[in-house]
Design a protein around this ligand. Structure first.
Ligand code: ADP
Length: 425
């Protein structure tokens, strides 16, 4: 019998203002322990002598402002210490935002609304997390808005959403996702339906504004908005649109001077646009890696990250649900009777009959109680995945985080697919 080699602990001594960067080997896990000093992971302080576990492919930086000693256990793809980080710049940005919050508080105004833009893989999500963590560590309650439908960190890919951040992100699992605001988009790229994308962004901004009216602390703390890495053509226009809808005060452009210049040219003067470098530690993720990250995100939704979740599998009668898709191809005008106005085809709700075509698709479960609530503008309660469709019995089998029955009847089809190899069916 072959003995598995037990990887040795790797110990790293970090000087102040340096970071340890590592990536977990595919299929492996790494535990990280802070042995001495102070250190943080993307703005969350590490507890000394506590073991933190990271799963396959995770890319992590442990930064120290004061110097520290850390120990890694497990196999790394790479692990090295870098002295060259943009952290001082990022913390200065945080300090400037904090000043704006203080001013807002003193003057009875609202705090900074910040949007982070740039191409893919420049560390946008990571900078969001850092700025949110620093704010919440000072007692603020910033809102995190994620418009990146490709990763969908607040729910799953194919959605946008927001959460009020009340405590620093968990080192292993990220921000607590209680009471999130989630809107259905249904695709992993905004280009699949720009009209819908812009409409749900406008809705999300509306609801954020309403929350700020009711919650002074949220209003003063402002928001940090993550965007997707599509910065050309329509993608660029959607950045301008989001900036307008959220009435952003600050835009941080990571790593792209041209985008920075374009935004300075196209946005009104009161929007502060700043260009910042990306961290050399950000790892580029080729398309397949990004796709598998999306699948992981959906799997985590059903099966959990650290604490395993046990999703339920049960049958749902077609008669008990109504399934819709947002967007339908427009009819050529020549097919329409004269003088009829076509309903906007991109935001039209189309009723669909369940069938084999929805197997493995994720469905959004709307909070709507009736069709009088517009399904597009209504918050999403959660997601199910269709694992089987039985036309004879007129039922579909679904994977669901909650036991039967489904709490609501309106479902929206996404083109996000999830193959559940663990399901007993
Ligand atoms: P974007 O949002 O721009 O696509 P991310 O913030 O998701 O980029 O970063 C891409 C990957 O790089 C993530 O897996 C993240 O954990 C990792 N990463 C970010 N900053 C660092 C760093 N300083 N050292 C190591 N890995 C990092």
């Amino acid at each position: 019998e072959e003995k598995k080699e037990d990887p040795k602990d790797q110990e790293f001594k970090l000087e102040k203002d340096t970071e340890l960067r590592f990536e977990v080997e595919t299929g492996g896990t790494i535990t990280l322990e802070l042995a001495e000093g102070l250190a943080e992971v993307f703005g969350t302080e590490l507890v000394k002598n506590k073991k933190f576990t990271f799963g396959s492919g995770a890319k992590v930086a442990v930064f120290t402002w004061h110097g520290c000693k850390v120990v890694l256990h497990g196999k790394t793809e790479f692990a090295y210490v870098s002295k060259d980080t943009p952290m001082i710049m990022y913390v200065n940005t945080h300090a400037a935002l904090e000043q704006m919050r203080q001013q807002a508080q003193d003057q009875g105004k609202r705090g900074p609304r910040v949007m982070i833009v740039g191409p893919t893989d420049v560390g946008k999500s990571t900078l969001c997390r850092l700025l949110l963590n620093y704010a919440v560590r000072l007692g603020r309650r910033p809102t995190f808005i994620d418009l990146d439908v490709g990763q969908g960190s607040i729910a799953i890919p194919g959605t946008i959403g927001g959460i009020l951040v009340e405590r620093p992100a968990d080192v292993e699992e990220g921000f607590s996702l209680q009471a999130p605001l989630i809107y259905h988009f249904g695709h992993a790229s905004p280009g699949a339906n720009m009209e819908l994308y812009e409409r749900i962004i406008a809705k999300c901004a509306d609801v954020f504004n309403q929350r700020c009216e009711l919650n002074r602390q949220a209003s003063v703390s402002g928001c940090i908005i993550n965007t997707c890495g599509w910065v050309k053509g329509e993608g660029y226009r959607s950045i301008l649109h989001a900036a307008r809808e959220f009435e952003v005060d600050v835009i941080i452009v990571l790593d792209q001077e041209r985008l920075y210049n374009d935004l300075k040219r196209d946005l009104p003067g009161f929007v502060k646009v700043v260009l910042q470098p990306k961290s050399g530690g950000v790892v580029e993720r080729p398309q397949p890696v990004r796709r598998s990250a999306r699948e992981d995100r959906v799997r985590e939704y059903f099966y959990g990250v650290r604490q395993p979740l046990y999703p339920h599998s049960f049958d749902v009668k077609f008669a008990d649900v109504s399934l819709y898709q947002v967007g339908a191809p427009a009819l050529p005008d020549s097919c329409l009777p004269l003088d009829t106005q076509q309903e906007n085809p991109y935001t039209k709700l189309v009723h669909i009959q369940p069938g084999a075509q929805i197997v493995h698709h994720v469905l959004s479960l709307s909070m709507a109680d009736s069709l009088e609530d517009n399904l597009i503008d209504t918050n999403i309660a959660g997601f199910i995945c269709v694992t089987n469709v039985d036309m004879e019995r007129q039922v579909m089998t679904v994977l669901s985080p909650a036991p039967r029955p489904l709490p609501k009847r309106y479902l929206l089809l996404t083109d996000i697919r999830f193959m559940d190899f663990r399901s007993p069916s």
